[in-house]
Design a protein around this ligand. Structure first.
Ligand code: ADP
Length: 901
């Protein structure tokens, strides 16, 4: 027996000592009386260092007052768990967030203090902070996304039913101008050449109920042409009827321009490197410029040999009308003067035509003149004609192209001077902006230019003549890819742009975008392969960073510990985290795209949350919004929760998070229940005190008035009634006093050897005096003589149980007391044949103030305190008390008392 008890203690000691949390016991002053070894790991102190010190020394000054208050509260409320959050100082001086729960066990003989369990939640706090941070980041990111959200009819005019404020920025029109085609229809904004395609592609997507993504051009209010990217989808009614379209349109002009520009530059670089004919290069250049910038015409003028004025070298789109006179821009002319200032100008075509003697062209056409600069002078110009505005973007583009042309022209004039010279290939290579590698059919490197050397970090000498795959510059994983490309090129096929990993001399790996072209010899056989190579490591890195940030966001979304989900504007759930799966009992697949978030609420709260959402969408309520609601588990069970709804700025989605507050609710209900009990108690107490007092008064008055005339029997009956009333009053007051002592932890036990038989007989005798007409039987195990107990309290306990047994069982039925021995315990039982206790009340009869049934209309007197006091007496003896339904009807109350210490 001893052994078994020892084991349990050891077991608990191990539990506490190996706890991950900080476990400590404080006395009333906040002095550390016990602290578990985990403090060493958590805060760096050894337990000895802390014993006897005040706990407040280690609490952050800003949190100290709060903690002190909490301690005082805990001291006043035995048994109630108190929670608090504070920063605690690590031995190294850093502060750690701890969440502590404390429970007042001052009157528990084994603890005699405030037991505190404190958990390090610093990491959790950091994660929350990070989440807020990432949410902020996302919000700014989204609010900077330029574009227009819309809802429109599926008609050829794309009649708009809703457009967002982004409309102004994107189209130059106010949202109202577009709504219901008030001023202009959206279809009219679309570039005529693209209208049919847009209609067709949208209809095709709708037919299969798929979202659509398109790129096309629009004209803005100011006549500017923009490339836009649109993503949208049809919204269908339950019966499959198409209601309207909705989506998002954003400006991608810059991106398209940048892409076209790189492509163009690469094309021109390739042409420049593989053709030595300036004329055909210039022809290519004007073609490409017209196409890429969507112009009507383009001409290149280059300086005259005599250094005075400019002469037409290549043109496209100016038909034969470009007369002989206009082939030359004369030196000293206003146009030549302007050009000499060296900057690009945009003007009306008619003005330029007049100044330069060019054909008149059509009404409203625009023009731009861009100088070709070379070594500090103006060596020529680009003249372009177009229907749309020459915006700064277009001018930038033209300047870049002018640079490319000037560059090629310069190289060419150099080359023509060095004609047949050995060095011409080299010159050519060196001056191209792109990295160029060339190799022959056997993959031997035949040339690489300066830029190529820069990219991979080798010198030309180190590589020339060596096999491409043996040099180590191609990453071994990409050998197959290279062989494929080479094979295709050698068999005369075109290849697309490929991405290949190259290894630099220093071992670092770069990602390169490679475009290949084959060069034929005079007989038309493929002799060499030329690759232009662009280092795209950086741009890939940026993409990677974005991906990581998304992953991080995802991880955070998962790690918050709260159920969170995203909903789109139709309230359909688009994303959920695992915590939501746990809270609601649905798997992710059952929620995403399938449930509306109203499906996760109890019906009575749907309207409330809908109102919040509407308010948020309309901007009438600030985001986020919070309220308490009942969420709905898959099983239909309600879950009390704190819901937070926030809009994601810029897109019509919101984030919803739910915090399960069942425990908080349960605690609130418990408080409410106790307050009710307290009220009931006051009513009952008043009744219990007034009833015997009124009785006393009544009999006293009777005696005074009629005493002399009363016979002996009536007289002594009145006296007995007075005695009973007084007894009752004393009992009530005693119970109240005892309870008050218990509550304040003041009940002290006075343990001694108590002889069981004497005590039990005394209790029965006591009862007989009060209720002489009831039979009480006693049976004691003959081997049992003594228990270790507080005699007075044990007597009181027996009387409480006997009193109840008599009160709650009919006259004429016996009440029994038995005492048995079981191991180191004595088991006392009080049995009756009364009404018994309904199943549902059995748990709670030992609670303070608890009475079965309607308390005020109780037939028998009582405060609901007897069993509560009894239970406390038993527990102070380290025993247990419980109720059993008695076979054949009635109640059995049993409790244990140890035989020895
Ligand atoms: P009270 O002062 O009301 O008797 P107790 O705490 O002693 O308060 O008992 C709580 C409730 O348990 C009583 O109101 C009564 O309904 C029920 N009860 C206690 N003892 C018995 C018993 N022997 N038989 C039936 N009911 C009992």
């Amino acid at each position: 027996m001893d052994d078994c008890k020892g084991k349990t203690e050891e077991f608990y000691r191990l539990l506490v000592e190996n706890s991950l949390d900080l476990v400590l016991v404080l006395d009333e002053e906040g002095t550390v009386r016990y602290i578990a070894p985990s403090v060493e790991r958590l805060l760096g102190y050894s337990p000895q260092e802390l014993l006897g010190r005040k706990v407040f020394e280690f609490i952050h000054p800003q949190d100290r007052e709060f903690s002190e208050r909490n301690l005082r509260l805990a001291l006043r409320r035995p048994g109630v768990t108190q929670y608090s959050l504070q920063r605690i100082k690590h031995k190294e001086g850093t502060w750690w967030y701890h969440q502590a729960s404390s429970i007042n066990l001052l009157r528990h003989p084994a603890i005699k203090g405030l037991l505190i369990n404190s958990r390090d939640i610093t990491r959790q706090m950091a994660v929350e902070e990070e989440l807020r941070e990432s949410k902020r980041e996302m919000a700014t990111l989204l609010s900077n996304l330029p574009g227009m959200a819309y809802r429109c009819r599926n008609d050829p005019r794309w009649t708009m039913l809703f457009v967002s404020q982004g409309c102004r920025e994107l189209t130059g029109y106010e949202p109202e101008d577009l709504l219901n085609n008030a001023i202009i229809s959206y279809a009219e904004l679309i570039y005529p050449g693209d209208r049919d395609r847009v209609w067709r592609e949208v209809q095709e997507a709708l037919a299969v109920e798929k979202p659509f993504r398109l790129i096309y051009r629009i004209h803005t209010a100011s006549g500017e042409r923009k490339w836009v990217w649109e993503q949208g989808r049809g919204v269908f009614a339950e019966d499959g009827k198409l209601l309207h379209l909705e989506g998002f349109i954003t400006d991608v002009t810059e991106r398209m321009r940048a892409e076209r520009l790189t492509r163009l530059q690469r094309d021109l670089a390739l042409i420049a490197s593989s053709s030595f004919d300036l004329g055909s290069f210039m022809d290519q250049a004007v073609q490409s410029i017209v196409q890429a910038a969507e112009l009507e015409s383009c001409a290149i003028y280059l300086e005259n040999e005599d250094g005075d004025g400019f002469r037409l070298h290549a043109q496209v789109g100016f038909d034969s009308d470009l007369s002989v006179t206009s082939n030359v821009i004369k030196g000293g002319s206003p146009l030549a003067e302007t050009l000499n200032e060296g900057r690009a100008i945009a003007l009306a075509w008619s003005d330029l035509a007049m100044a330069a003697g060019l054909p008149k062209g059509e009404e409203g056409e625009k023009a731009a003149v861009v100088p070709l600069r070379l070594e500090g002078r103006v060596a020529g110009c680009l003249i372009v004609r177009g229907r749309h505005d020459m915006t700064p973007g277009v001018l930038d583009f033209l300047e870049i192209m002018a640079g490319q042309v000037a560059h090629t022209y310069a190289r060419h004039s150099l080359l023509s001077r060095l004609k047949n010279s050995e060095s011409r290939y080299r010159l050519l290579y060196e001056h191209v902006g792109e990295a160029i590698f060339s190799f022959d059919r056997e993959l031997r490197l035949t040339g690489l230019n300066r830029r190529a050397c820069e990219i991979i970090g080798y010198t030309e000498e180190e590589l020339l003549g060596r096999n491409l795959l043996e040099t180590g510059i191609v990453h071994h994983r990409d050998f197959d890819k290279v062989l494929q490309i080479v094979g295709a090129l050698l068999s005369g096929e075109d290849t697309h742009v490929r991405e290949i990993r190259l290894v630099r001399k220093d071992g670092s790996v770069i990602l390169a975008e490679v475009t290949g072209a084959s060069l034929r010899d005079t007989e038309g056989k493929i002799a060499e392969i030329v690759n232009t190579v662009r280092d795209i490591t950086e741009s890939r890195r940026a993409e990677e960073a974005l991906r990581r940030s998304e992953e991080r966001y995802r991880a955070t979304f998962e790690a918050t510990g709260t159920a969170m989900f995203h909903v789109d504007r139709d309230a359909v759930i688009t994303d959920v985290n695992r915590e939501s799966e746990k809270l609601f009992g649905y798997a992710r697949e059952e929620m995403v795209g399938k449930l509306r978030y109203m499906d996760l609420l109890m019906p009575e709260d749907v309207e409330k949350v809908k109102n919040i959402s509407r308010g948020l969408v309309k901007g009438m309520l600030p985001s986020p919004q919070q309220c308490e609601i009942k969420a709905r588990h898959k099983s239909g069970r309600p879950i009390p929760a704190l819901i937070t709804v926030s809009m994601i700025p810029g897109i019509p989605e919101s984030v919803v998070s739910l915090l399960d507050i069942s425990e908080k609710k349960a605690y609130e209900n418990e408080l409410k229940r106790r307050a009710e009990q307290m009220r009931d108690f006051l009513d009952v107490a008043a009744h219990e005190l007034r009833h015997p007092a009124a009785l006393l008064k009544g009999y006293a008055m009777t005696l005074e008035k009629y005493g002399k005339r009363m016979n002996r029997e009536a007289w002594s009956e009145a006296l007995r009634a007075i005695e009973n009333g007084a007894d009752r009053l004393v009992t009530v007051v005693e119970e109240l006093l005892e309870t008050s002592k218990l509550e304040r932890g003041l009940l002290r036990m006075n343990l001694e050897e108590v002889e069981v038989e004497t005590l039990a007989k005394k209790a029965i005798e006591d009862m007989r005096v009060r209720v002489p007409d009831r039979e009480i039987k006693l049976r004691i195990d003959p081997n049992l003589r003594f228990v270790k107990a507080d005699a007075e309290r044990l007597l009181r306990l027996l009387i409480i149980l006997l009193d109840n047994a008599i009160k709650y069982s009919p006259r004429g039925t016996p009440v029994e007391v038995t005492v048995e021995m079981k191991g180191e315990q004595a088991i006392f039982s009080v049995l009756d044949r009364g009404v018994g206790i309904p199943e549902k009340d059995r748990e709670r009869i030992f609670d303070r103030f608890y009475q079965v049934g309607d308390v005020l209309h109780h037939a028998v007197p009582g405060l609901g305190l007897g069993l509560y006091i009894g239970k406390n007496i038993v527990e102070l003896h380290h025993g247990k008390i419980w109720y059993e339904a008695r076979p054949g009807g009635g109640s059995v109350f049993r409790f244990t008392i140890p035989l020895r210490d």
